[in-house]
Design a protein around this ligand. Sequence first.
Ligand code: ASP
Length: 392
Amino acid sequence: MPKRRTFLKLTGAVGGGGLLADSSVAKTTEEVLSRTETPSVEEQPEVRVIGTGGTIASTEGAADDGGYDLSERAEAIVGSVPVLDEFVDISYEQVAQKGSSSLLVEDYVNVAKAARQAERDGADGVVVTHGTDAIEEDAYFNDLVLDLDIPVAFVGAQRAADAVSADGPSNLVTAARLITRREFHLKDEPSGVYVVLNETVHAARDVTKTHTTKLETFDSGPAGPIAVFTDNQLVLYRDPGSYSADLSDSDLDAMSDLTVPIATTGAGADAYLIEQAVAGKYDVDGIVIQATGWWGGIAPEMDDATEAALEKGIPVARSTRVHWGPMNPGYDPEPDSIVVMADLPAWKARLHVIAALPTTDGLGDTETQEAIRDTIKEGGQYGKGTVAPSTL
Ligand code: ASP
């Protein structure tokens, strides 16, 4: 057992108040104290580590081509950070061992099933070890489909496990610290899915990777991070919890085989992919358009093809390629018009459509389109899934 002091220092339960309040979080001194000095969930919480692969599970030394080799499973990478044993009890489930760009929707589904199982087994939280390239996709998918009382923290690493500047160990410790904190165990709503790197906690919905190689790569844009762990504090910026829609009733087993391609606009972009779908030569369950700006404009050929796809009853969703900011949701959209995906990037919009489609099974074309639209939540920068009304 660790000395109590060590444990409290690690989990951030000592060291004074660190809440940087904004209008949506606690304001009174009493609330601030209760949120910054609340001790941990319990002294030795149980954490289920779900391994999927990624650089955090890789070593340079094992690769013979100068790259990384996926040489380590979750148990080994956690075992290389002995301090974890001092404040959490750990069990393991390895659901994949791949680079994250090779993970399938089926793998994401298996992560969700393993997280549900962890809760049933009595775990206090889940840590998913993951490649950083697609961590935000898997985390967002899981935030949509999970409705757990326990928090789920996705962690990765920008550097291999045997690199001089390996960041996996520190990221694992931060994720375990999150599980120990009461602030991330919510009573009346899901405890949320987070992406945790560089001592920073991000909401799965808002986070994105912004730099290919830097340690400081994950950013939540205007929404900002949920929290930062300092050496001995938890500093909260936003309310912990899920900022995603609730699709936990959707059928996980129906999602893996859905085909939802992304069609990207550009100057004079052709509409081959969409036209093939309209012609019945490419069997799709939906299409996501990666469009431009606030209006979501696209190349003329794509515009025409999109109209034809909607007329044919293919669900079509529109996202913006701009990094941050909402899209114009349209004024009183027709039931069968294109679904505007708020500020979700195309890769998250695609997973949203995949997670929502089983809930529309058996509905007609127009209803399918409308049912997906009903699940869209606006961006977190305006608070928990709400958009402030225009004052203009
Ligand atoms: N190739 C890695 C991945 O699986 C990159 C990383 O983990 O940082 O996403």
